[in-house]
Structures are given as C-alpha cells and as structure tokens.
Design a protein around this ligand. Structure first.
Ligand code: FVH
Length: 310
C-alpha cells in the first residue's frame, strides 16, 4: 500500500521515519522546502521524495497531511488537480479548530470526492512518536471506516496506530480538534502560570552565596514541578465538581483562593512582572465570591467558563 505524506516539518519527519520503520508501506513524501534538514535522511531510508504534492498523492491509497495550519492545507489543495484525491482516504494531522475540521471534511468530499476523511490530532511531540506515550485523537466518518482495509490486511487505523494509540472519537470531524485544543488549553494554562512564577522568582534579592540563592530552574525543578505533580488529582476533582455543578468546597473554598490570587497579582504589580495570564481567572473568582459563592468550591468557578455570558 502506498502512503503519501505532505509536510516534512519536525512532526512530518518523525511520522515519515515511523512509517518507514513499519516496513509495510511504500512512502511518497513532499515538502515545500525540499532541502530542509532531515529530508535527505528519510529519502535515503526509502521514502520517495516528490517534487510536487500532485506527484506524491498520485499513486497513494492514503494521504496524510501534517503542515503548519489549515491555510497551508488549502494552499496545497489549490495546487492539486480536482481528481487528485478521488477515492482516497485522507487523514489530516494538521492542528485546527473543530469548525475548521468540519468545513474541511465537507470541502474534501464535495470538491475532491475523497473516499473517507479523518481529522487527527497528534497528542505527542515528534520524539514521542511510536512510543507508548503517544496518542492520537481521530474523528470523522463512522466507526467502521477507520478499520476498513485499504488493501489486504492494512487499514488507515494501522497507519495511525504505528504513531501512537488511536482514540477514535466518532463521526463528527470536529471532535478530534475539540479534544486536542481542550487538552492544550490545560497545558498552556500551566505554562502561563509557570512563566509568571519564573518572572516573580527573578525578582529575588539574593546574597550571591550559592546555598542561599539556588537558580530559578532549581526552584522550579525541586519545588514547583513536584507541587504541580501532587496537585494533578485535583484536576479530576475540578472536572467532577464542574460537570456535576457541585457547589461545595473541601478545605479550599473560593474566598480563600480569591484572596490568594489577589495577592499574587498585587505582588506582580509591586515587583513589576506580568501576571496577565492569571487576571482572567481572578476575575472569575471575584464574580463567584460577589455572587455569594465564597464558601463554595471550584465547580462554581468552572461553570463560569461554560458560556461567554457566564
Ligand atoms: N511539533 C510538535 O510538538 C507538535 C505536536 C502536536 C502536533 N503538532 C502539529 O503538527 C503540525 C506540523 O507541526 P511541525 O512540528 O511539523 O511544524 P514545523 O516543524 O514548523 O513544520 C511546518 C510544516 O508546514 C510546512 N509549511 C508551512 N507553511 C507552508 C506553506 N505556505 N506551504 C507549504 N508548506 C508549508 C513547512 O514546510 P517548509 O517550511 O519546510 O517548507 C513544514 O513542512 C502542526 O499543525 C502542529 O500544530 C506538532
């Protein structure tokens, strides 16, 4: 079976290596910049490097796309002949919003007559591809389409599962993107708070003795990382409380957290560092407390995120 892979950035290269490792597919690859680092390696290990996207998809049963964004995918589609993807299975692994994925699915079917269109979201870094830590959200078509053999013994599911565990989320093409972006929102929230933590720590007045002034990275490694790790079970609690509209708090009521957050932002102002990522969350706590939810738990705050109207 022939697989085409359009896009050989960091992720595309890693996917290409994994397809080659499986040793079951003939791989045709294309990238806008043909001399990008790493491309010659995958060509030397068996991938056929094509000069155009049209050439790459021509003899392929499955087409994987993994480029920067959807604008790029549409640009690539523009360069293809109207029949280029007819009856092919397309799996788009490019980051997108749910709406973009749904529109792309309709576009692929109406304009290009693809046999099946799946949107995939890779939940791994390039280095994690092919390891037990990688998983891929996938959605579109119906449950039977993904395992349907493309040729004897091989299916779209087989290709994806060589990259990581496949979580098929149903026929809505937007579902994979929704799950992807939701998880990334949680991850970036953690990064945002960490950047404020680093900025605050940079304001320490130290006496220049090594034992009393550990580097910021050491504090993050020995204090913040373990603290966050110990708090990860509370993510599930927050989800349960929010989902069930649970109002009660344990030993951390909203009013206590509101006052703590106020002090973080006050300290940021005093020290001249950016705490902007936390301002919005503090605003939600403030709203809940002013509406009488000070004794309640984070479920009340979580519900404030469910619609822009609160
Ligand atoms: N890298 C990661 O950790 C994440 C993990 C989760 C999934 N993402 C998504 O994967 C898509 C590709 O990401 P990437 O890491 O491969 O990104 P880059 O290394 O920056 O490569 C970008 C590729 O896109 C091509 N490209 C950009 N603009 C154009 C264009 N106008 N026409 C044609 N191709 C274009 C670029 O080509 P070139 O610059 O080498 O010519 C690369 O192939 C992405 O959606 C992540 O969100 C990765």
């Amino acid at each position: 079976m022939t697989v085409a892979l359009l896009g050989l950035g960091s992720m595309g290269l890693s996917l290409a290596k994994q397809v080659l490792k499986a040793d079951e597919y003939s791989l045709h690859v294309w990238n806008r910049t043909q001399d990008r680092t790493g491309i010659s390696d995958v060509a030397a290990t068996g991938a056929k490097l094509c000069f155009t996207a049209t050439e790459a998809v021509k003899h392929s049963d499955v087409v994987l796309t993994c480029v920067l964004d959807y604008e790029t995918v549409y640009e690539i589609l523009d360069s293809l002949h109207a029949d280029a993807l007819k009856e092919k299975v397309v799996i788009n692994l490019t980051n997108c919003t749910p709406k973009q994925a749904r529109e792309m699915s309709s576009f692929m079917k109406e304009q290009y007559n693809v046999r099946a269109y799946f949107d995939g979201a890779i939940m791994a870094t390039p280095k994690m591809i092919g390891t037990e830590y990688a998983f891929i959200f996938c959605s579109g078509e119906d449950e039977s389409a993904l395992p349907t053999p493309l040729s004897e013994g091989q299916s779209a599911h087989d290709i994806l599962s060589s990259f990581g565990h496949v979580d098929y989320l149903g026929p809505d093409p937007g579902s994979a993107a929704l799950h992807d972006l939701a998880l990334l929102a949680g991850m970036y929230g953690m990064f945002s708070g960490t950047l404020t933590a680093i900025a605050l720590l940079s304001k320490r007045i130290t006496d220049n003795t090594s034992s009393l002034s550990p580097k910021i990275s050491q504090i993050i490694s020995t204090k913040l990382a373990p603290l966050i790790q110990s708090l990860t079970p509370s993510l599930v609690e927050i989800a349960v409380q929010t989902e069930e509209n649970e109002k009660s708090a344990g030993d951390h009521p909203n009013s206590m957290m509101y006052h703590g957050m106020k002090n973080i932002l006050l300290a940021c102002r005093e020290e001249g560092v950016d705490g902007g990522g936390l301002v919005h969350l503090m605003g939600k706590f403030e709203e809940v407390v002013s509406q009488g939810g000070g004794e309640g738990g984070m479920g009340l705050v979580g519900r404030k995120y469910w619609s822009l109207d609160g």
